[in-house]
Design a protein around this ligand. Structure first.
Ligand code: GDP
Ligand code: K
Ligand code: MG
Length: 269
């Protein structure tokens, strides 16, 4: 069984990876690029490999790290994902989370640095986050080895049960409408696994991702009509629509699930 570790830089990926694998690590490079590839065996689990992915902020192909991570996730489809986020910086970290959820790979969202979150007096409502995002959410303090094995065990369980991720409605009606049309058009070629991920990429006109889907030009021409309609309605370009709505969605989730202790000097309203 293969479990991949994904997260922003400095979210604690290396700390968690070391905690989970101990000394059973193999370090190399991803094929063709000088991005480090680390793999290890999960402690006390002969049959579970932990695959460390490069630290990334999104699955857009703007850096070699992002390309490596998304090619691995899309093509290899690990049995489960641990998405580690920095709990003290959760709003920024959730951008990647919304993209990972679209892949429909069983996923545990591990809210790391929970020791610091508590020390700051902030409260993250784990259950509310689970409800909003539709995936398993767990607190973690990788540095203190609190919750690491629990997160890994939860990922193993999900890999065995393979529950389908119920994607939250991240986008507005007209965007979801276009995405639904795209899903229908590309499913015969792309298949069911990661269909929503692929549809969003087609909507964004992500050339590299589209190239790898090997879609017929007639399919692309057909969906282009839906994309243009949506852009006209929203008076914005498709890629900006997706990015902007992800941020809006995350802001709403944070408002519901995170209570920040007021800073000194801040007015209560
Ligand atoms: P990576 O870039 O995602 O691999 O992050 P690292 O594992 O290198 O961690 C970044 C920094 O956060 C390091 O200084 C870690 O010691 C620290 N760190 C990681 N996990 C925790 C945690 O649970 N609590 C605290 N307080 N610090 C942590
Ligand atoms: K680091
Ligand atoms: Mg690291």
């Amino acid at each position: 069984m293969k479990i991949a570790l994904a997260g922003n830089p400095n979210s604690g990926k290396t700390t968690l990876f070391n905690d989970l694998t101990g000394s059973s690590q193999y370090v190399g490079n991803w094929p063709g690029v000088t991005v480090e590839k680390k793999e290890g065996r999960l402690r006390d689990h002969e049959d579970v490999t932990i695959q460390d992915l490069p630290g990334i902020y999104s699955l857009s192909p703007y850096s070699m790290e992002e390309v490596v991570a998304r090619q691995y996730l899309v093509n290899e489809r690990p049995d489960a994902l641990i998405n580690i986020v920095d709990g003290t910086n959760i709003e920024r970290n959730l951008y990647l989370t919304t993209q990972l959820l679209e892949l429909d790979i069983p996923m545990v969202l591990a809210i790391n640095m929970i020791d610091l979150v508590k020390k700051n007096g902030d409260v993250i409502d784990i259950k509310a986050l689970e409800k909003e995002l539709g995936c398993k959410v767990m607190p973690l303090s990788a540095l203190h080895s609190e919750g690491s094995m629990e997160v890994a065990e939860a990922a193993i369980q999900l890999a065995k049960m393979r529950p389908s991720i119920k994607n939250p409605h991240v986008f507005t009606g007209s965007v979801e409408h276009a995405i639904a049309h795209i899903e229908e058009s590309i499913e015969p070629t792309v298949g069911h696994a990661g269909l929503r991920w692929a549809a969003v990429k087609v909507f964004e006109r992500d050339e590299r991702a589209i190239q790898e889907m090997h879609l017929d030009s007639s399919v692309l021409d057909h969906v282009e009509g839906h994309i243009v309609d949506c852009e006209k309605e929203m008076d914005d370009d498709a890629e900006s629509i997706i990015t902007g709505q992800r941020y809006d969605y995350i802001a709403k989730v944070i408002q519901t699930c995170v209570k920040k202790k007021r800073q000194k000097g801040e007015l209560s309203v």
